[in-house]
Write a protein that binds this ligand. Sequence first.
Ligand code: C2E
Ligand code: MG
Ligand code: MG
Ligand code: MG
Length: 282
Amino acid sequence: DLALYESKRQGRGRSSCYTHGMLEVVTERVQLETDMRTAVERGEMYLAFQPVLALADDQVIGYEALIRWDHPTLGAIPPTRFIPVAEETGQIVPIGAWVLGEACRQIAQLGSEIYVAVNVSPVQFRSPLLLSHLTQALAQSGLPARRLEIELTETAIVEDGPQIARMLDAIRCLGVTVAMDDFGTGYSSLAHLRDFPVDRIKVDRSFVATAETDRHSMAVLEGITHIARTLGVAILAEGVETASQLQLLRDIGCDAIQGYLIGRPEPFAHDAFSQFGGADHE
Ligand code: C2E
Ligand code: MG
Ligand code: MG
Ligand code: MG
């Protein structure tokens, strides 16, 4: 029935072969939607951590937490595939709360001043539950608020200006810092920097990837670095894969980098507990 519905929706005259493909797409989506509801409690989701290197002294100053899902039959499902589904169904709110708790719990074990950066979806950002999820994650882990950073993309802050500004204020009042992720891929970026103060700008990896061959990319990287410096905002470049990219970013005065050159996202080896689904599973 789904296949029939889809073929009608897509317009008549499509081949049955195409209809069959649609059925698979719809079925898989329904399966992802369903299985996602129990994935955390079944211990199928875990966090990988990617180091952030400060270029001033080449020290690791933090880690970005990145969600992973090992599905029992479908295998590893990348976040780019299941996060959009989680956003559409609203499942991103409880899953995101688990990510916050788990990220804080694991980073608190590291001691020192190392911070953890957690990606927060626009859907979570608009949820009235976000503030309590943040305070719970901090209280349960004992992690000082200054060591938690949330990463927002520009799409999180496009609509509804005043309400977004109030939410950002509330988060920063807790002492949690805010980074703008994938900077340069959204639109009206400079207006956002003016209206929504952030602590860190993460320049999208597409600029790093093309900086050496495209003088426009290079100009944007240099320009953003200069603006960040002037605003007193830290600047981090994503997706650094080669030593020459690293040198170029040092030369223009970038504060910090992330990328496969420094380290791939990986679960912490010491955290035996996390493989059983983390704190929520005890
Ligand atoms: P992002 O926040 O921009 O994360 C950076 C992505 O780039 C990660 O992909 C990371 O593995 C990848 N990456 C890091 N260094 C390099 C590099 O040197 N080269 C290349 N080619 N890639 C690199 P990943 O883990 O697949 O995550 C993709 C996106 O999924 C993230 O982009 C983020 O938007 C979203 N995401 C991941 N975890 C979460 C989460 O817990 N919550 C939410 N809401 N979104 C998440
Ligand atoms: Mg991110
Ligand atoms: Mg990013
Ligand atoms: Mg991204």
